[in-house]
Write a protein that binds this ligand. Sequence first.
Ligand SMILES: Cc1cc2nc3c(=O)[nH]c(=O)nc-3n(C[C@H](O)[C@H](O)[C@H](O)COP(=O)(O)OP(=O)(O)OC[C@H]3O[C@@H](n4cnc5c(N)ncnc54)[C@H](O)[C@@H]3O)c2cc1C
Length: 415
Amino acid sequence: MTDIVIIGAGAAGCVAAIKAAEAGARVVLLEKNDKIGRKIMITGKGRCNITNAKKWSDFSSHIHTKPAFLKPAFYAFSNIDTVDFFESIGVETVLTRDDRVFPKSMNAATVVDALARRISGLKIKTEFCCDAGRVIKTPDNLFVTEYIRESGRRLSQESIISRAVIVATGGLSYPATGSTGAGYDIARGFGHTIQRTFPSLTALVPEHYDTRLVGIELINVTASLTVGRDFAASEFGDLQFTDGGIEGPVGFKLSRKAVWALLNGDKVSVSIDLKPAVPLERLRERVLQAIRQEDVTGANFDKKVRRLLRGFMPQALTAPFAEGNRLTMDNLASVMKDWRFNITGYVGYRRAVVTAGGVSLDELVSRTMSSRNAPGLYFAGEVIDIDGDTGGYNLQIAFSTGALAARSAAEYCKN
Ligand SMILES: Cc1cc2nc3c(=O)[nH]c(=O)nc-3n(C[C@H](O)[C@H](O)[C@H](O)COP(=O)(O)OP(=O)(O)OC[C@H]3O[C@@H](n4cnc5c(N)ncnc54)[C@H](O)[C@@H]3O)c2cc1C
């Protein structure tokens, strides 16, 4: 028997294991992969944006859908604590634009290696290749976690008894990293509601997507989302056209609302303003000037307009822009400020950065991360119905909820 079983050695599970062991609890960490932190390795394009340094008042505006739920966990283990923690285990950090914090090495392996060293330094028992299934509570308030251990070609059914369990199995995104939704079944086993899950921070697929756009990056544009006939959101920054569709920081920020609307059968469109800093009237004047200079006439419009467009956008964009819109001399400026894409789909979990939805917050105690249905059972990380924007928010959610669940579970075991 042990004090705490932690299921999942991702961002939340690793920090939970370290914090629980530091609090004096005996911990067993169960991980179905053969190493810890497989998803951490691919975060921030391999650089790992470990947190965001914004104060809670700003930070919370990037948390969905109930930031108030995260507040106690954030204050128990804040973004400042995250930086201090990683510095204390040998990861130097740097602050970059938009308050993003990275390891100075700009290498996610630095983060994972440091966590692994600390886990082994604390002599935390880590069981790899162990796929946890059912968790049950015995009449004497102990937990039995059943798992399948894979060693070579041999599979064995095993179980472990503990006073408390922390479920840190992640969501459904990037299943290749190990997060395949197992935590939802464990939660359901204790009568928890799973709020509808859907991919977030993912690419939006435009109707008749022109593949010539793939690889083009737009800097400092504004993209606005319309759902049905209503304006839903607007974001300023960088946007990328990829093989998936519209993504990059701006596309990602719009994706949560867009995917939710598509799931509900609403019509969704994205309008890109290529010149957000230039008011429409001034842009019109500049376009008219260019029309005069290039000697664009009604007769040679199609031929000359692309040359003209080069003064207003990256060259690679000119052909898809000219052919994807019904351009006239009169509407050139307004289309540059309102380039509309009907969105007909999105890229699913296989490439979504995060899973929205999950274990219902109403059934968890925000001060402890404990299940209201089963004292001694805790949830941490992406498995919970809480997610953040791109920018280090999601790892901080995992670290904060993992640390708080660990502290609470350690106290529970003592009592
Ligand atoms: C491509 C990509 C880039 C990202 N970049 C960033 C970034 O730069 N900054 C940021 O803040 N966020 C980023 N995120 C999001 C962030 O990585 C996740 O939100 C965070 O890792 C969630 O942590 P977690 O511990 O809850 O889940 P995970 O990290 O998914 O860990 C869950 C662990 O549980 C294990 N597990 C699952 N089921 C079982 C089971 N039944 N038995 C045993 N083990 C199990 C899994 O193998 C896995 O190791 C990124 C995500 C992706 C996909």
